[in-house]
Ligand binder design. Structure first.
Ligand SMILES: [Zn+2]
Length: 118
C-alpha cells in the first residue's frame, strides 16, 4: 500500500517539460504540430527549456506549448475540477496505474457514504 500523497499544481509544472519531451521525442525539430498556431516541435522545445519550472505559471507553460488545452491540469477524478491541490490515493504498481487524485471538497464529502444505507 502507498500512503496518500498531496499533488500540488507545482509538482505537475515541474514535470511538464520531461513529460512533453518524452511524448514528442520522435518529432524532428522542424515538424509542425497541428495545434493552435502550427509551431514546430523545435520551437516548443526551446520555449520549454526557457521556462524556470520553479517560478513559472500554468499560463507560461501553456503558452510555451500552445496546444489549446492545459498540460498542467490537476484534475480531480471525482468531480473533474482542475484543483491547486489533490490527494492521490491508491497504488502505483509497475504495469498499471491504480490511483485516484481527489480534490479537498470531494475527499471531505466521502465519509457520508459510510453512514448511508444502500
Ligand atoms: Zn473533486
Amino acid at each position: 500500500m502507498n500512503e496518500p500523497r498531496l499533488i500540488q499544481k507545482r509538482d505537475i509544472i515541474r514535470g511538464v517539460r520531461d513529460k512533453w519531451l518524452r511524448a514528442y521525442q520522435s518529432y524532428a525539430d522542424n515538424y509542425r504540430v497541428a495545434w493552435v498556431d502550427n509551431r514546430t516541435a523545435g520551437e516548443i522545445r526551446r520555449h520549454l527549456h526557457a521556462l524556470d519550472l520553479e517560478t513559472c505559471s500554468e499560463e507560461d507553460v501553456n503558452a510555451a506549448i500552445n496546444a489549446g488545452s492545459s498540460w498542467v491540469s490537476n484534475d480531480c477524478d471525482m468531480c473533474g475540477q482542475d484543483a491547486e491541490t489533490t490527494l492521490r490515493i491508491g497504488q502505483e504498481p509497475d504495469y498499471e496505474a491504480r490511483w485516484l487524485d481527489l480534490c479537498e471538497n470531494c475527499v471531505l464529502s466521502l465519509s457520508v457514504h459510510f453512514h448511508t444505507k444502500p
